[in-house]
Design a protein around this ligand. Structure first.
Ligand SMILES: [Zn+2]
Length: 339
């Protein structure tokens, strides 16, 4: 007992010194979740990489998420070490750089990029440089990432509206869209036989919820529908994989956040008062063991968005007559992480 508490104390001390994700041994390791089904936790802390999955079918490999170009280049040899079957499809769970900017790398390795049609729609909105307009997100990211600067955007060309199914009799993977969550084009990879769910960033396991391209209220509803699939294994977009509790905790984090904000609205608090109570709410959320790991750099933005979605005024009031300030790009905020 004594030994265990000492161990716990050591872990606790380390946690306060280094980012918790650096402590996990799973990062950059390939794990076989079920026969022919693999999960690879990307190094989000140091390299901004997302998680990847891949399923080895009889004739080909389907990869879940394209990652950044450097993430794709990390993962390809790991797939090659397992199988020589052609990597024929790369599935973007959404349009963000850390999940889709590696598309060109997969394409050069023979894959076609697959996504929900909302991914292409979001790219048309944000990747203005590629689509003939002013510099967009790709060009912004390229300023801080050599791998992006050395590659190019490759939007998905194989699109689905509701679902797309891969089934060779041994493996079945359903790519599904349930509505808006992390983005307006979120896709899930569902393996009904093994009850494994790859979620992209619609469900993460750690402080990685970027909410700026999504809607928190709809996010909760969408994940409620996803839960009805009955997954037993969750492979999230960032952070370690886990059981169904990861999905429950993700939903709970947003539900508690919204409930706390609603309490203040119901109590008639002003925008300034709500803003002033952010640290209190943060502490309330952090005291819940299951939710603590979701609280991080994005909390102020998540908090403000929850408030604005419920009819509140944005905290940063623009002075009349000046150009509204563009919110700081998250790549800048986090250095290189772009969940
Ligand atoms: Zn994302």
């Amino acid at each position: 007992m004594k030994k265990n508490s000492l161990k716990l104390a050591v872990v606790f001390c380390l946690c306060s010194l280094v980012p918790w994700e650096d402590l996990r041994a799973e990062v950059n390791k390939t794990e076989e979740v079920a026969p022919g089904v693999f999960f690879h936790e990307g190094d989000v802390g140091r390299r901004g990489h997302c998680n990847n999955g891949w399923i080895v079918f009889d004739d080909f490999v389907l990869v879940v998420d394209a990652n950044f170009p450097s993430g794709a280049k990390d993962v390809i040899p790991k797939i090659r070490a397992i199988t020589d079957k052609p990597i024929r499809f790369a599935f973007d769970t959404h349009h963000h750089g850390d999940h889709a900017y590696g598309n060109q790398v997969w394409f050069e390795n023979g894959a076609t990029v697959v996504a929900h049609e909302g991914v292409l729609a979001e790219m048309k909105k944000h990747e203005t440089g590629f689509f003939g307009g002013a510099a967009g997100r790709w060009e912004d990211t390229a300023k801080n990432r050599e791998d992006v600067a050395a590659s190019k955007l490759k939007p998905p060309t194989l699109l689905f509206r509701k679902e797309m199914i891969f089934d060779d009799g041994k493996h079945r993977v359903e790519l599904l869209h349930f509505g808006t969550a992390h983005t307006r084009g979120d896709g899930f990879a569902w393996l009904p036989k093994e009850r494994i769910l790859f979620t992209g960033d619609a469900c993460v396991n750690g402080p990685y919820n970027f909410t700026g391209d999504g809607n928190i209220e709809q996010w909760i509803k969408t994940l409620g529908s996803v839960q009805e699939l009955g997954p037993v294994r969750i492979c999230p977009g960032h952070g370690p994989m886990g059981d169904k509790s990861v999905l429950e905790d993700q939903i709970q984090f947003f539900s508690v956040l919204r409930a706390e904000v609603k309490k203040m609205i119901d109590a008639g608090k002003s925008a300034a008062q709500v803003k002033g109570l952010m640290e209190t709410v943060k502490t309330t959320v952090k005291t819940q063991d299951r939710l603590q790991r979701y609280v991080g750099t994005f909390f102020p933005a998540q908090y403000e968005q929850a408030y604005v979605e419920m009819g509140g005024t944005p905290f940063e009031q623009k002075t009349v007559g000046t150009t509204p300030q563009k919110p700081k790009d998250r790549a800048v905020v986090l250095g290189k992480v772009q969940p």
